[in-house]
Design a protein around this ligand. Sequence first.
Ligand SMILES: C[S@@+](CC[C@H](N)C(=O)[O-])C[C@H]1O[C@@H](n2cnc3c(N)ncnc32)[C@H](O)[C@@H]1O
Length: 420
Amino acid sequence: MTTMNRLTTPWGEFGLTRFPEHPRDTLRAWDAADEYLLRHLAGAEAGQGDAGQPGDTPTDAGPTGDTLAGTEPTDLSGTVVVVGDRWGALTTVLAARRLEQLGADPLVQITDSYLTQQATRANLRRAGVGGDSVRLLSARDTPPERVDVLLIRVPKSLALLEDQLHRLAPAVHSGTVVIGTGRVTEIHTSTLKLFEQILGPTRTSLAVRKARLIFSTAAPGRTRTASPWPHSYALPEGLGTVSGRTVVNHAGIFCAERLDIGTRFLLRNLPRRHGPEHVVDLGCGNGVVGTAMALENPAARVTFIDESFSAVASAEATFHKNVDAGTAAEFVLGDSMTDVPAGTVDLVLNNPPFHTHQATTDATAWRMFTGSRAALRTGGELWVIGNRHLGYHTKLRRLFGNCETVAGDPKFVILRAVKR
Ligand SMILES: C[S@@+](CC[C@H](N)C(=O)[O-])C[C@H]1O[C@@H](n2cnc3c(N)ncnc32)[C@H](O)[C@@H]1O
């Protein structure tokens, strides 16, 4: 059971949840930016913004918002693409709306998140929208060749936005309706510059309930440039087996530009192990931790797991760039340890996330720890790196009945819990 909230739209009410569903999760699966866009698409936005109120205008955003001209509903009959939907609210409402338009092509959702896809599937089912009404694409899939309506929920990562706009620009034509949406705190001058540079002339709406819309039109004859992603960088010395090695990063993944200082500390203090064993790099990001383990112990089989499509693709590229062909490895897109059979793992290495889609929460860390305990064989170990203040040791002790500090500095601790 979970708390399901209901989103009221001009086209009806929708019961929506996040993924994974949790009985104590009262967080809504949409926000004011999603609502603003839906009202605008339905032609139900009065155009009365609250721009100018303290705190509403993005700190560094130059362009001032325009009052929305007209309130005509947007024609949603062509190829509609929704990018960056957080929990599938936009996709579900628009797909349900399009069901009423017989013969409409499937709506396309593009996301980098497996959790988003799972939430979307559940929300579509609940709304009675069949699977063939929506195509779920990942940020790494080839986008449609021609797009008539492009709706972009501005992502937290500017790099991901840059990469997605580059990938979609060839599909945008002079008649394409391009609308971005985000909370005012998510839309900066740099965000608008990307729309302007990659697509064409861009303006913003007034802020309404601390959300804003972005409107772009395709500039004719614009020379298209390729996405600058993926990005590779060389690791510094002093990091054991991965010193000086190259890591590959697709846009939007954790620490795509440089190594995280917590990860750096973990790499300096990795377990020394030999012989056949099954290691999991849980929340693998660019895969640097699992790759270091594979180089340390070539007899190990390493499973890389992440909920980000781009992270799993980055880990695969990092691994193959550095480890001999023939070394066993698997690359798994999924939620935490859900797909790993119980009692099959010898060692889990984990640098847990502490926020998911803007919400600061330790729910994911807890899920990763409980999932790891189930997947470990007796005697197997979970190694966790985290900021000292996060208090992971309390959770691990509660769950495993033991927890030891392997290494620490003023900021970070590496903790080890053994399954007894
Ligand atoms: C703090 S980053 C660590 C990345 C990498 N291990 C490193 O140290 O550079 C946490 C990672 O967990 C992933 N993640 C978040 N929620 C997840 C989930 N439910 N299941 C699997 N991975 C998840 C994120 O995409 C991110 O790559």
